[in-house]
Design a protein around this ligand. Structure first.
Ligand code: FAD
Length: 384
């Protein structure tokens, strides 16, 4: 099969669908084709780490099925279709269902969870939750079980830990760092979150790593580098994300940490653009919702001929840990300054300040989260 369509988008995550919504605000009829490995439904990925406690099934997290998205947005959806190669010279795509040509191509491919190289007979039983199918699998794996071990005490690891203890599970969290949320939180603030999560039932194993994961009958034994061992029913890995760059790289498109794009979100190749978790904008890979919204708003007019540069304001991220609600806006990499942490009634306010007192980042916890809007206004933009 071969057909032509002016705008072709690969990926039906938040990036792909938000971009289509933004295009439709400007142009109701421009032909758009969306190709995705997934069934094409729209779901909220951030809910994957908050939905277990409330016992939500995967299907309940789908806000609109594929057919609904196709009619609502007047888009041609090629679901359960894998793009295997991009030919930049002929502007065509190889897919698992045939060849397709494009005038403008958008890569909204997302990111993979990093898989740690692990030893042991149960190394291949380690699960990750990065999309709705993973969530369904994970829910199946923990049904009627009691103990879950989580590799990684970052944002996603902490959210799952909180959600699982709320759901009645025993949870052990292992991280190489000496605290939760590595670079995002100063030590005193991290301690507070750890304490609140400990009270909720989470057990921490810091400054160590899982060396081997072995099955012993009904249980999984994790041997830690510090000599301890943990027994559990299920292991969940949340040690970080790796932008999906292989497809672009194989086509000769410039990649670094992510698929590299300029401020117009254009890759090293004409007519090929990228946004979302797979993209690297001026050295920045920001795998969060807000950067996707900003990128989609800039890219939509660009694709329609009104070239628009991306800018990023300060974009705080909420850590969805009900044990201690937390909002972080980390300082830029290499920013000069220091954390000033103040405990207030029911919360913590941590400001990262330059020598002249200028606010460069913050972490707000508990009651201090009410400062979010006013402090965000003080922050410098991430990309002006
Ligand atoms: P994805 O949603 O991963 O979409 C990628 C799409 O590309 C998929 O449809 C995939 O099938 C498709 N695809 C990839 N390769 C191919 C191919 N070769 N052929 C065809 N299709 C392909 N961010 C926040 O700001 N706040 C939060 O509270 C928050 N919570 C989170 C909780 C969890 C558990 C996780 C995992 C993430 C969270 N995030 C949060 C991050 C946020 O969800 C992501 O930044 C966002 O969903 C990424 O969207 P995306 O469209 O870039 O990628």
């Amino acid at each position: 099969t071969s057909q032509s369509s002016s705008i072709v988008i690969i990926g039906s995550g938040l990036a792909g669908y938000t971009l289509i919504r933004e295009i439709r605000k400007l142009d109701k009829t421009a032909p758009i084709t969306l190709i995705t490995r997934e069934p094409g439904y729209f779901y909220s990925k951030p809910m994957l780490s908050t939905a277990l406690a409330s016992n939500k099934e995967a299907a309940q997290l789908i806000s609109t099925p594929s057919e609904g998205m196709a009619t609502q947005l007047e888009v041609n959806i090629l679901a359960e279709t894998d793009v295997t190669a991009i030919d930049v010279a002929t502007q065509t795509l190889q897919t698992s269902k045939g060849v397709l040509s494009y005038d403008k191509l958008v890569l909204a491919l997302g990111a993979d969870q990093i898989q740690l190289p692990l030893e042991g007979s149960a190394a291949n039983e380690v699960l990750t939750v990065n999309d709705l199918e993973d969530y369904a699998k994970f829910r199946g794996a923990i049904a009627n079980k009691k103990k879950v071990a989580i590799l990684g005490a970052g944002l996603i690891g902490c959210e799952f830990a909180n959600d699982l203890v709320l759901g009645g599970y025993e949870v052990d969290v292992i991280d190489l760092a000496s605290q939760v949320l590595g670079r995002l939180l100063p030590e005193a603030a991290a301690k507070e979150l750890q304490n609140k999560l400990s009270t909720a039932g989470v057990r921490w194993h810091f400054s160590t790593t899982a060396q081997a994961i072995n099955r012993n009958g009904n249980v999984i034994e994790i041997s830690l580098a510090n000599g301890n061992s943990i027994s559990c029913d299920v292991v969940l890995s949340a040690v970080g994300l790796k932008p999906r760059i292989d497809l672009a790289k194989a086509a000769g498109i410039k990649t670094g940490l992510g698929i590299q794009v300029n401020r117009e979100l254009e890759t090293s190749h004409k007519n090929i653009y990228s946004l979302g978790d797979c993209a690297e904008v001026e050295g920045l890979v920001l795998p969060y919702v807000m950067p996707i919204m900003q990128s989609a708003r800039a890219l939509a007019p660009t694709l329609l001929g009104q070239v628009t540069a991306l800018s990023y304001p300060a974009m705080p991220v909420m850590v969805k840990t009900p044990a201690l609600p937390t909002i972080v806006s980390p300082p830029a990499k290499g920013a000069q300054g220091q954390w000033k942490t103040t405990a207030i009634e029911g919360g913590i306010e941590a400001r990262f300040e330059a020598a002249d007192g200028k606010l460069l980042g913050f972490a707000l916890m508990g009651t201090a989260t009410s400062q979010r809007a006013s402090l965000t206004k003080e922050l410098p933009p991430i990309l002006q």
